[in-house]
Design a protein around this ligand. Structure first.
Ligand code: ADP
Ligand code: MG
Ligand code: ZN
Length: 481
């Protein structure tokens, strides 16, 4: 069989984290009762007029600048005309002729090394409503809460060659958008959606083959399987002397196969034309300069800084920056307790363990960094045993309790009561003459037995170090006698 190369380009839709919609003041919040976040504008009522949300432009600029794009300082909105019940205006407001950003790139890293993926363009557009097909009642319902939620569509060049590169590219975009605060990019919840354009060609060929576009991919695993499946399907066609038809296909992840949805439509089919209700957008040099200046530290800058400044391993730095939320919590906690290494241990250990156990995404972790910082300081000052501290942290993780108050209330604080410690040592030794004789006879193992007994007696109210010290002192004095 001939050797084939896979060629992939992605169209990625990212839902922007604005409070209100792109052309009206309705809330963008997810999960409201159907059709409650709506108004005449986002339900396409006659006579209503769109007004552009400035924050959408701000976010698109941030994303475009981070992806090394050229900014079209005069950009415009166009109407993309088509009928579908989730699209009440009968057109979607998008950008075709003058998109806000063009010609950028992002760098990805795979097992084969680093590589640049070209960004053809980024444009602003509105999302459609949602159709809910009720098979039981044999009807379809429509919810316009999502209608008019702002999106940016990021169109890559056909620069990717494998599922691994596609995954790395999507992760790169996700990290970028999250760090910029532009979107939370949750593939599962649809705030990031990827359409995969794929073609195959004989290895060494200079021209591209005919591509198909796959929709409905909502996890990295589904994307990987869809790429493998479509690559094989196209190679089989070519090997049989047939042609690949340019079409839109829907991937069914349960059946692990795709089926044709519609033949590929062209821009001209949509009769795009400039939206007469929206004036062109002018972006000043000053606006672009401000955004460049305010650009936050990105993940690829944080990873080396964590290693250099905090003395963390590359592995730890990568894990801690996996989500911008985690990185932010980590940095704030470390700054408050002034101990980045100990903080990193807590995050790599307890924070990640609990988020996994309780199935909470790092993006959704919410506790006050000050609470963990206080706890870390108390452990350092030996005011609480590490074991009890872990239990207290679970309370912080779940309900953000104040550890200082909680530890006091539950009597978990180690109070260094010298008198109590000394009298307990004496009593325990007196009560166990057999083991004591062994210890005095040089059997060091018995020391651990006494430490255990003491800790149990004092119920964590003395630190293991203090117990060991008191025990050593007392046995030594008895040996001398
Ligand atoms: P549309 O047809 O949707 O207007 P484009 O032709 O600009 O869009 O391409 C859409 C996406 O398809 C882009 O991400 C691009 O990289 C990708 N693409 C274009 N040609 C090919 C090809 N032959 N093989 C794989 N991907 C392709
Ligand atoms: Mg397209
Ligand atoms: Zn509205």
């Amino acid at each position: 069989m001939k050797q084939y190369e896979t060629v992939i380009g992605l169209e990625v839709h990212v839902e922007l984290a604005t409070k209100t919609k792109i052309f009206c003041g309705c809330s963008t919040e997810f999960g409201g009762a159907p059709n409650t976040h709506t108004c005449p504008v986002c339900t396409g009522m006659p006579g209503s007029l769109p007004v552009l949300n400035r924050q959408v432009v701000e976010f698109a600029l941030k994303a475009g600048i981070a992806a090394n794009c050229k900014i079209n300082q005069t950009c415009r909105f166009d109407r993309k005309n088509y009928f579908y019940p989730d699209n009440p205006q009968n057109y979607q407001i998008s950008q075709l002729y003058l998109p806000i950003c063009r010609d950028g790139w992002v760098e990805i890293e795979t097992s084969a090394g680093k590589k640049k993926v070209g960004i053809h363009e980024m444009h602003m557009e509105e999302d459609a409503g949602k159709l809910i097909h009720d098979e039981w009642e044999d009807c379809s319902l429509v919810d316009y809460n999502r209608s008019g939620v702002p999106l940016i569509e990021i169109v890559s060049e056909p620069d990717m060659r494998s599922a691994e590169e596609v995954t790395a590219y999507l992760e790169k975009l996700r990290h970028m958008m999250q760090y910029l605060g532009v979107s939370d990019c949750k593939l599962q919840e649809g705030s990031m959606r990827a359409d995969v354009n794929l073609s195959v060609r004989e290895a060494g060929s200079e021209t591209f083959g005919t591509r198909t576009e796959m929709k409905n991919l909502n996890s990295f695993k589904a994307i990987t399987r869809a790429i493998e499946g479509e690559r094989e399907r196209q190679i089989e066609l070519l090997e049989a002397g047939k042609n690949v038809v340019q079409e839109t296909r829907r991937w069914d992840d349960n059946k692990e196969s795709s089926y044709a949805m519609r033949s590929k439509e062209d821009a001209k089919d949509y009769r795009y034309f400039p939206d007469p209700d929206l004036p062109p957008v002018h972006i000043s040099d000053e606006w672009i300069r401000r955004i460049r200046e305010e650009q936050p530290e990105m993940r690829e800058e944080k990873i080396p800084r964590y290693q250099k400044e905090y003395g963390l391993s590359e592995y730890d730095a990568e894990i801690l920056t996996e989500s911008s939320r985690l990185a932010k919590l980590f940095e704030e906690t470390a700054a408050l307790c002034k101990n980045p290494r100990k903080t990193a241990n807590w995050f790599m250990g307890e924070v990640l363990r609990l988020s996994k156990e309780k199935q909470i995404l790092p993006e959704d972790i919410s506790f006050s960094p000050g609470h963990l910082a206080d706890l870390i300081l108390m452990v350092e000052k030996k005011e609480i045993s590490p074991q009890n501290a872990r239990k207290v942290f679970e309370k912080i993780f779940d309900g953000d309790i104040d550890p200082v108050v909680y530890i006091e209330e539950k009597g978990l604080k180690i109070v260094e009561d010298k008198g109590l410690l000394e009298s307990t040592v004496k009593r325990i030794l007196d009560e166990n003459p057999g083991p004591l004789a062994e210890l005095l006879g040089g059997k060091e193992k018995v020391f651990g037995f006494f430490v255990g007994k003491m800790m149990k007696e004092l119920k964590g109210k003395a630190s293991p170090d203090a117990v060991r010290e008191a025990l050593k002192k007392e046995t030594e004095s008895r040996r001398d006698n």
